[in-house]
Design a protein around this ligand. Sequence first.
Ligand SMILES: Cc1ncc(C[n+]2csc(CCOP(=O)(O)OP(=O)(O)O)c2C)c(N)n1
Ligand SMILES: [Mg+2]
Length: 316
Amino acid sequence: MALSESLNDHERNSRIEWRLYYNMLVTRRFEEALLRWEHQGKIAAQTFPSKGQEAVAIGCCLALERGDAVIPSFRTRGAMVGMGVSIAEQLREFLHSPLAAGDSRDAPHHSSWPERGVMPGSTMIGGHLAMAVGLALAMQFDKQPAVSVAFFGDGTLGSGDLHESMHIAGAWGLPLIFVCENNGWEMSTPWSKTRKTRSLIPYAEPFGFAARSVDGNDALDVYHSMRWARGVALSGRAVFLDCLTFRSGLYSSHFGEVRSGIEEDLAEAERRDPLKRMADWLTSHGVATGEDLEKLAQEEDQRLENTFSEVLAELK
Ligand SMILES: Cc1ncc(C[n+]2csc(CCOP(=O)(O)OP(=O)(O)O)c2C)c(N)n1
Ligand SMILES: [Mg+2]
């Protein structure tokens, strides 16, 4: 008998490694479906695929606790998934269902579910960071055992909002965690054209942030780093997690790929793919077989199509 057969569903579903894998899978298949549906003319809003970067959002959000709040970047779809917002709820935003949160007036990549800890983002790069600082200040005032988390891409370094936000959060020791989705690109501009170091830690530490370099393609490293960050932030020091990763997909479904000479980087990203690595962990530790994972992906695709039909029916 394969080891995986000796684990019942409850034992498997309660394992953090399984939950990390499953949430990353949902994020990837959902974004692939969004691209497909857009090409088929079934939805109109654009998608900013996080392919290759899913471990950052999922590893962080699964490490959080009730009462914590996150503000996703325009590319952090996984934060919505990881905070427990269902696919139906997210699809309602794309399809303008009458049941959509906030009347679906927001772009679907900035939709929010405050009661679930998902706060509205901003299309202005860096525009959400001061709001995350404000949330952290409110948590500190109210003596809540909670943290405020903001995700942003490394292209945000050029935004004054990042520096102003780090300045005040560092000085006041707010329960704030900044998570950089450091993929080395700012749209189609490589990092070396816009800053001195690939890492953003040298920019964060002088503001008083505790900082850690994270393998953003390793969901377990991200998860444990966020557990550490949460403890530090609650003890009175803001934290910067510099998650090194690579964007394997397009900038967005409306904006074609113009990064030339990235073939080797793409091949390396494929080898270090976060889902593949977590799948290897699960199979090598006897938590699942390759067939289990294949079946799971097929079921997930079917569930997505069913959910699309259900949400579409709400419009009639
Ligand atoms: C204030 C502001 N300036 C410029 C833009 C246009 N813009 C959209 S995304 C982006 C760069 C994003 O870089 P990064 O956050 O690293 O995202 P990546 O493409 O790597 O995921 C820019 C300049 C914007 N949205 N807001
Ligand atoms: Mg980037």
